[in-house]
Write a protein that binds this ligand. Structure first.
Ligand code: CO
Ligand code: ZN
Length: 350
């Protein structure tokens, strides 16, 4: 496995609308593999691998990570934040962040909630945290903060990539590990009948926005989205709510709140996995969606499904994926791209 590429992708920083660093890395990888590499008005990165007359197939992963922008700078120099994407405040206490200033480089800071420390907490003081409670301390004088930081500057979580046992752990495996699977599947695929269009999408975490314009722009016949999903095989989780388990293989999406995937496409992916001994699990995610949901409904629609990489602790800085699941996703997607065009997923009548 290309561990260094995983490290590079996860250590790059890019919230919705600021995906430049990630786009540059993926463009460098896709350039030798595709023709006509381009960006659209939203910043989606789109390439083409010409086929020999088959359907047009998009394989897509999102580049953006959840993060913040600077919302307000206090007189005292503390920085207040606007979340860009869905954070659970319980995962944010005592983290470290990077403030990416426009003119003064990257400033490191601590992320803490502005609530009474435990030593001073009375019996009636509030104990639950809200996202609005958090602030950044940059460790520099208030005047320097006001001089160097601007409203709108990007703020990202800091946490290094690490191999841990059979797993990898990092910030924003959601969805840089999907970007990794997209790149590696395309490297592995070889000759294709279908025209394959890799799309590195922007702004997924704020509501599948990049995928919407990419869907209208490309209008593919078939779309496979790659994203992480909940692996709920942890303490405190009822077994029937686990969604997926780490190490049980690539997850083939059956349901999420953004799409009901095409049933024939689900069946095809399952058959490919079974015939090629690729470990897989079927996934029902009660809440949350993926970019396939946007592609499915763009213009006149496309046949969609999502291949998910199971992840523990999604939307925390300790997102954890199994190396074997990541490889299973690469193998499944590569084989699907080789076979794309051999089946009809339509609802033909008569
Ligand atoms: Co996410
Ligand atoms: Zn994601």
């Amino acid at each position: 496995m290309n561990i260094e590429l995983m490290r590079k992708l996860t250590q790059a920083n890019g919230i919705g609308g600021c995906e430049d660093e990630v786009r540059d890395i993926i463009a460098e990888e896709l350039k030798p593999l595709t023709s006509g590499l381009r960006t659209d008005a939203m910043g989606n990165l789109i390439g083409t691998i010409e086929g020999t007359g088959g359907p047009t197939v998009v394989v897509t992963a999102h580049m953006d990570e959840i993060g913040f922008i600077v919302r307000f700078i206090e007189e005292s120099g503390y920085v207040r934040l606007q979340p860009v994407g869905g954070f659970d405040p319980r995962t944010l206490v005592a983290q470290r962040v990077a403030v990416h200033t426009r003119k003064h480089g990257v400033l490191n800071g601590t992320l803490m909630p502005g609530v009474k420390p435990i030593h001073l907490l009375g019996p009636n003081d509030k104990k639950e945290l809200d996202l609005q409670d958090f602030f950044v301390d940059l460790g520099i004088k208030a005047d320097d903060v006001k001089d160097q930081v601007q409203i709108g500057d990007m703020v990202t979580m800091r946490r290094e990539f690490e191999e841990m046992g059979d797993m990898v752990v990092s910030k924003c495996l959601d969805d840089r590990i999907g970007c990794y699977v997209m790149i590696e599947a395309i490297k592995a695929v070889g000759k294709v009948n279908a025209t394959v269009i890799p799309v590195a999408a922007v702004q997924e975490e704020v509501g599948l926005r990049g995928a919407t314009t990419a869907g209208y722009g490309v209008q593919p016949d078939i779309t496979i989205a790659l994203d992480t999903t909940i692996a709920g095989d942890i303490p405190g989780m009822p077994t029937d709510a686990a969604v997926t388990k780490l190490g049980n293989g690539a997850a083939i999406k059956v349901f999420d709140s953004s799409q009901l995937p095409n049933r024939k496409l689900i069946a095809h992916l399952q058959e490919i996995a079974e015939q090629n001994d690729i470990p897989f699990q079927l996934e029902v995610l009660p809440r949350g969606g993926t970019d396939a949901g946007a592609f499915q409904r763009a213009a006149a629609g496309s046949f969609t499904c999502t291949v998910s990489i199971p992840s523990r602790y999604v939307h925390s800085v300790n997102e954890m994926c199994a190396k074997s699941d990541i490889q299973a996703c690469v193998d499944l997607v590569a084989q699907f791209l080789r076979e794309a065009g051999t089946r009809d997923y339509g609802y033909g009548i008569g």
